[in-house]
Design a binder for this molecule. Structure first.
Ligand code: GLC
Length: 423
């Protein structure tokens, strides 16, 4: 890419961050997502750090100001009233001072905060911010292993597909069969008024998302009982790997600022989880797969969730196998990396997490593969990501075959990732 292109993309990305900035947090995009989302904010802060470090720290601190007393960090914080989104705060009814949802999202805070710290120009600000955030992130990590891994297996289970951040992945289809829909009542979806319904989850999936929400609400969002009471308990290798990476990075950061106890706790969590993660490897698919904790079986679905473990310090031969797997996927799609195996009949190029490419995932994969020495594949992913944006704009996600933009436009974390790739 020449210098001029580079500058144009950079300027467009800055404009999107500005457009979606609400002062102390950033909305993912106007209309479709009018509140603060957990992992969106953490990844967005990476982009913001290139322009204004103070603003970047603020983004993550605002999220953690809304951490629950039990340690959970919610997936949405409803800072302002907005009718354009369903399910809103009244449906969740979690009783928090600033209303929030009642489930969580991929824990990338440890990873992002460590990165902000390492690149900080304003070091005294960084030390001050990290000193507040490190204990908070540590409490969240503790919460995961306490509430989502009650048997101490080393791996945590998700109780709702929205927690995965990959809402309608093929990974959840079988486990969703067990989630009833009776008693859900009538409701009006808002997402399909902002985005093409063909790019969004189906009605059957939405009914089940809501059934689970109502079930957890009926249990007063008590995280000491939700895990065992949920008919949906899925162990996602991608999610667990992000948690492992966040533990490792939090340990590095905690050491750097003299919080050695926290560092040690996180190193131990990461070590135990890394060993357990290997049980999710599938020789048949040449990648990791999800495990259904209720049915006690592996889930036969080769999704991007099984490639994300590249972000953690998995064995070298596994990282290499993931690079090869991405290479095989690339034979069937022009742009990297399809969120589901294009050779699987359930692949759907335009439907959200059932096929489209997502820039945030590309960023995480490129980062992990580079660390593992898989530099060629890491570079391919970055080049393809920038191609995708030049071709289809700063969309929420893209059709990996045509490159067409899908979902919401002027998307915050897409812009933040472009800045990361360019810098
Ligand atoms: C969708 C995505 C999720 C993201 C949210 C806001 O729900 O699946 O990962 O955090 O939108 O962008």
């Amino acid at each position: 890419m020449n210098h001029e292109h580079h500058q144009t993309l950079w300027k467009q990305a800055c404009d999107i961050l500005d457009l979606n900035d609400r002062g102390s947090y950033t909305v993912p995009t106007k209309g479709l997502y009018p509140f603060q989302w957990n992992w969106d904010s953490c990844l967005t802060a990476l982009g913001q750090s290139h322009i204004n470090e103070e603003r970047a720290w603020r983004e993550i601190q605002t999220l953690f100001d809304n951490q629950w007393p039990d340690g959970m960090v919610p997936h949405i914080v409803f800072h302002e009233h907005d009718d354009g989104y369903f399910p809103g705060p009244d449906v969740w009814s979690t009783g928090r001072p600033v209303p929030t949802s009642g489930i969580t999202q991929p824990p990338v805070a440890g990873f992002c905060v460590n990165r902000l710290y390492e690149r900080a120009k304003d070091t005294s600000l960084a030390i001050q911010q990290a000193s507040t955030l490190v204990p908070q992130i540590n409490r969240w990590h503790h919460w995961f292993y306490q509430c989502r891994d009650p048997k101490g297996t080393g791996l945590i289970a998700l109780l709702h597909p929205w927690e995965a951040g990959r809402d309608n992945s093929v990974d959840w289809d079988d486990a969703f069969e067990r989630v009833p829909t009776d008693g859900v009542g009538s409701y009006v979806r808002r997402d399909t008024t902002h985005a093409n319904p063909e790019h969004r989850p189906t009605q059957g999936q939405y009914d089940r998302y809501l059934w689970l929400l109502q079930h957890f609400r009926s249990l007063d969002w008590d995280n000491s009982v939700l895990h065992d009471a949920s008919p949906f308990q899925v162990v996602d290798p991608g999610f667990n790997a992000l948690l492992i990476r966040s533990c490792t990075d939090l340990a590095t950061l905690a050491d750097a600022i003299g919080m050695t106890d926290i560092a040690e706790q996180n190193r131990q969590r990461a070590a135990k989880a890394l060993t357990a993660l290997d049980s999710l490897w599938s020789d048949q698919h040449g990648q990791y797969v999800c495990f259904d904790r209720v049915a006690n079986c592996a889930i036969d679905s080769a999704s991007i969730g099984g490639l994300i473990p590249a972000v953690a310090s998995i064995p070298k031969h596994r990282s290499n196998a993931i690079a090869q797997r991405i290479d095989r996927i690339s034979a069937h799609s022009r742009f990297l990396v399809a969120s589901h195996d294009p050779e699987d009949g359930r692949f759907d190029a335009d439907r959200y997490w059932r096929g489209p490419a997502w820039l945030i995932i590309n960023y995480l994969l490129a980062d992990g593969l580079a660390h593992a020495g898989e530099t060629a594949m890491s570079k391919r992913i970055i080049a393809s990501s920038l191609d995708l944006i030049e071709n289809g704009g700063f969309a929420e996600y893209h059709d990996p075959i045509s490159g067409d933009p899908c979902g919401g436009a002027s998307f915050t974390w897409t812009a933040a990732m472009v800045m990361e790739f360019l810098s």
